[in-house]
Design a protein around this ligand. Structure first.
Ligand code: PSU
Ligand code: MN
Length: 306
């Protein structure tokens, strides 16, 4: 554990880590920027409960008053949910200034991986990751999440990537940077709201024990990077690709028209897609996060027994 002077690990989480018990990290940008209030808070609390029911300790990660927090209280989760987009969305470039100034930050996949690693947490469940955006050949909009996956040894369990991204280019980027992309019980990359995308993953893996074994091999060899597990949304919650893709195309067209760019781009697209599909996409989003939390807990538990 790298106990740097900015890090606060919740006692329950610190105890589990020191005893080699399974711990699963969760991000806070999904709360503040990824879902509307109050569903964001309800979901974040329920996700923690699911992780406990499946044998692991949850550690929601955020920056509060300039402290890097591994493990939040329900009140802190409520605070992030209520403040929503007023909170700074904190990627790697933001951490130093936020901590020096004593400010709050909602952690993305990037900073959640960083803080999880500082605390000694190896597993992280979320909804979707950032990636190479459509049109990146001119905008150069590539999420810092991909770079973090290349360098930080945390396993990220997600539901694939939303087609607000260019999935083909995202996979190319991950390949170049040596990030294994694993499909849980599928050989096709899931596209978040839908179970298929037309793109293949690197390996299909069918059990939490085999996921844990792959990650352990990577760690024991000290290869140093992360691993991406893509877990398809349960069939009963998956969406009609025509409906979701229409909403995504419209949201992207509006973002180009309005000149949305930089860190505002992903939150804008997420919120617009949710609006355009009514409650449907939000309901699917919530269910896939639950599904990922369960798999992450099972994998962390299997790893703790190896
Ligand atoms: N994709 C989602 N939901 C999310 C995000 C992405 O389906 O909540 C959030 C995550 O926190 C992710 C971040 O790390 O957006 C990526 O932002 P950017 O594209 O600006 O790197
Ligand atoms: Mn970006």
């Amino acid at each position: 554990m790298n106990m740097n002077r900015f890090l606060d690990v919740k006692p329950e989480v610190a105890e589990a880590i020191s005893q080699g018990k399974p711990v699963v990290a969760l991000e806070s940008t999904i709360i503040s920027h990824g879902m509307p209030y109050p569903q964001n808070v309800e979901t974040a609390l329920k996700v923690e409960e699911i992780i406990r029911e499946n044998g692991a300790i949850p550690a929601t990660i955020a920056v509060i008053g300039g402290r890097l927090k591994a493990g939040l209280s329900p009140e802190e989760i409520e605070y992030f949910g209520k403040k929503g987009q007023e909170i700074t969305k904190a990627s790697r470039r933001d951490l130093a200034v936020l901590c020096a100034r004593g400010e709050d930050g909602a952690t993305t996949v990037t900073t959640t991986m960083m803080i999880a690693h500082m605390a000694g947490i190896k597993f992280f469940a979320t909804g979707g990751i950032g990636g190479v955006h459509r049109g990146a050949e001119t905008t150069m909009d590539i999420s810092a999440d991909l770079e973090e996956l290349a360098h930080t040894p945390v396993m990220v369990i997600c539901a694939g990537a939303k087609s607000i991204l260019d999935l083909g280019l995202t996979l190319e980027y991950l390949e170049t940077h040596g990030v294994p992309v694993l499909g849980y019980q599928t050989s096709e990359l899931p596209a978040f709201y839908t179970r298929t995308s037309g793109f293949s993953v690197d390996y299909r893996i069918d059990s939490p024990e085999e996921l844990a074994a792959a990650f352990k091999a990577q760690n024991d060899m000290e290869l140093g990077g992360g691993m991406l597990v893509t877990n398809p949304i349960p069939e009963e919650y998956s969406m009609d690709p025509a409906v979701i893709n229409k909403a995504i195309d419209q949201a992207i067209a509006e973002s180009v028209e309005q000149g949305i760019h930089g860190k505002a781009s992903t939150p804008f697209l997420l919120a617009r897609v949710a609006e355009l599909t009514g409650g449907d996409s939000l309901a699917s989003n919530i269910q896939l996060v639950f599904n990922n939390a369960k798999l992450a807990a099972h994998t962390a538990l299997a790893y703790s027994k190896m």
